[in-house]
Each structure stands twice: as C-alpha cells, then as structure tokens.
Design a protein around this ligand. Structure first.
Ligand code: UDP
Length: 350
C-alpha cells in the first residue's frame, strides 16, 4: 500500500543518492525499527532501487517489535524479510550482513515518557547487541541513529549547533531517559570502533518529519495537522517562543544514506535543515493558514513532563560538516514539506 506523495518522495531520494546507492547492489542490509516512520522509508527506497536502479537486488532484513511502529508498507518476499523481535534481547541472523542501520528507537517525547525503560533499553542494550552482531558479521558499514537531543538545551552561543558541542543535558530530568541513552549509545559506538574496528557512523537527526508519521505521534507537525484536520484548535505548548528547525523526510533519508554509504567510520554527522528555524507559535500560524480562517490556535500545557521547563528552547543544526564532506544540501522548504505532509495526511486519515 502506498500513495502518490510517498512515491514521489521515494523517487526523489533515489535520485539524490544515485551514485552512492550502487554499493548496495547484491548486498544484504539489516535494519532495526523497519516498521517505523524512517524505517519504512528506507525499505521503500531499497525496494525502488531494486526495481529500477541496482544490477542485483539488495536484500533487507528488518527487526522490529512494533512498540511504536505500526506496519510495513512493503510486502515480504525474497528481498524483504521481517523479524518480530525486541533488539534489547540479543539475536542472531543466519546469513551474511553487509550493512546495518540501527534505526529502532522511541523518539516522540510523548512515547518516550510513556515507555521510559524501553526507550533506554533500545538505545543502549539494543545498540550493544547490534555492535556485537557487527563484530561477528563484519559488515561494510553500520549506522547508529542518535538524536539532536544529545545536545540537550544548548547554550544559545552554540546555536546553530555543531557536532563538536558537548551538550547541556540533565541526567535525571524529564528528557534524560531519551537523551542520556542516546548519548551512551554513541559512546558504545565509538568504543566498538576504537577497540574492534567496527565501521560505525553516527547521525544526529534534527526534527525530521514527513508522510508516514503516525498522526497520533504527538510530535509537533503531526499533532498540529491532526488537530487542524479534526477542526480542533492547534495546541501550542507554553509560550510558543521555543524554536525548532524541520527537515523534510526526503532530505533526512538522503543524509542518512549518504553517511551510511560513506567511509567516515567513527564519525558523527548532524542531519537536518539549517534554513528554517521557527517558533512553535509561528509554526502553528503556518499550519493554520493552510487550513483556512476558521482554524484556531490555543496556548496550552504539554501532555507530559518532557515539555514545560525540560523543553529545549532553541534547536538548529550546524550542517557544515555533512555539506563539506558528503555534498549534502537540504532542498525542501518548510512550507513545501508541510503541504506534502497535509496532502498525505488528508488521504491517510484514520
Ligand atoms: N509542541 C507544541 N504542540 C504540540 C507538540 C509540540 O507546541 O502539539 C512544541 C513542543 O513544546 C516543542 C516543539 O513543539 O517546543 C517540538 O516538540 P516535539 O514533540 O515535536 O519534539 P522535540 O523537538 O521537543 O523533541
């Protein structure tokens, strides 16, 4: 099951990684979290490459326990195998593996506060299991999905935030189970790179959004759009002055694949869009404008302790490293991305 917007996105991503993707020909890629928003995009991209670009198909094995993932868009077949398993528990795969992406995680503040321990487990025990598997399988490349949350609530002097910023993070506060476990996940990757030469790379995504996110994900864009679609007021938490930058999924996936298919072992890359830092208040106005005059905006408090005082005040990436080393350049403007999301959401309405 797919839709026009997602099909166009997949084609756009395939074009963006035309050169790099040849390395996937005839290979096997293991992905964790394949049933999630990003995971489904990766699987669709590989499916498209198999049908249109690669000489020999790339086989995908996905491991997901469906704690927040909903379902796969791609049907199982000779080139796609789905395993239901929680990566916090070790597992073995009875075949060669050439690439690994550890994309499993619980990224929405609403859900990582609901599943506090599971969130820690997948980023730490899950990461350890993946790195151990990599020790055994000796893949060409491993990618760990960290988060821009490793920077915590950055000192404004370090916004836009470069990879070298060490962060301002509470180890016990309301976001700590997510932030600190991602930080430890990164630490593990670097230790395995240094001790066992695992060719692991780390990406730190900055608010990647797009079609295929759950409309009940509670993160800001799906939540604003879900409310507007249901003709409920758009909920702006707190003052509405906090800012984020938003990276449309085609730009996000392009960045992640560029890093996976690069030779930058043991290195870290921010992936995001640095050109659209916007306050939540103005984001609400932007969404409201797309739905017409009767759409209301309401100031309210967030549903969990991850908002209010723990809510980072500004978030914007410095993406000079990935631009310079991998020729990355985000293309999709915020309004275009939101329009695509709305068009998809109207169709996907649950
Ligand atoms: N936010 C909001 N209304 C919502 C959801 C989120 O005002 O319905 C705000 C939230 O307080 C934060 C920003 O939007 O300042 C981004 O929140 P999100 O949950 O998307 O992820 P975060 O970037 O905080 O991890």
């Amino acid at each position: 099951m797919t839709n026009k917007i997602i099909e166009e996105d997949i084609e756009a991503i395939a074009k963006n990684i035309e050169k790099e993707c040849r390395r996937l020909s005839g290979k096997t890629l293991l992905i964790t979290g394949g049933a999630g928003f990003l995971g489904n995009y990766f699987i669709s991209v590989v499916d498209y490459l198999n049908k249109n670009v690669l000489e020999k198909p790339c086989r995908i094995i996905s491991v997901d326990n469906f704690i927040t993932g909903l379902k796969y868009r791609t049907k199982e077949g000779p080139n796609f195998k789905a395993i239901k398993h929680n990566v916090k528990d070790s597992f073995d795969v009875n075949e060669k593996i050439d690439f690994i992406m550890h994309a499993a995680g619980i990224a929405s503040p609403k859900f990582y506060r609901k599943y506090k321990i599971e969130t820690i487990d997948v980023a730490t025990l899950g990461t350890k299991n993946i790195l151990e598997l990599a020790k055994e399988k000796k893949p060409e490349s491993v990618l760990f999905f960290s988060s821009s949350e490793v920077y915590g609530d950055p000192d404004p002097r370090f916004v836009p935030t470069p990879e070298t910023y060490v962060g301002r993070v509470s180890c016990t506060g309301p976001r700590s189970n997510y932030d600190e476990s991602k930080r430890l996940g990164e630490t593990m990757c670097i230790a395995y790179f240094q001790e066992h030469n695992i060719p692991v790379k780390i990406v730190r995504p900055f608010n990647v959004f797009g079609p295929g996110m759950r409309l009940d994900d509670y993160r800001v864009i799906p939540n604003f759009v879900a409310h507007a679609l249901q003709k409920k007021p758009i909920p702006v938490y707190g003052t509405g002055k906090h800012t984020r930058t938003f990276c449309y999924v085609t730009d996000g996936i392009t960045g992640f694949l560029k890093v996976l298919l690069s030779g930058y072992n043991g290195e870290i890359f921010n992936v995001g869009n640095d050109s659209n830092e916007i306050s939540t208040e103005n984001l609400a106005k932007t969404v409201a404008e797309m739905f017409g005059d009767d759409t209301k905006i309401e100031k309210t408090t967030g549903p969990t302790d991850a908002y209010a005082s723990a809510d980072p005040k500004r978030r914007c990436p410095d993406i000079n490293k990935i631009k310079a080393k991998l020729g990355y350049a985000p293309k999709i403007e915020l309004k275009t991305g939101i329009k695509r999301f709305v068009e998809w959401a109207r169709e996907a309405q649950i």
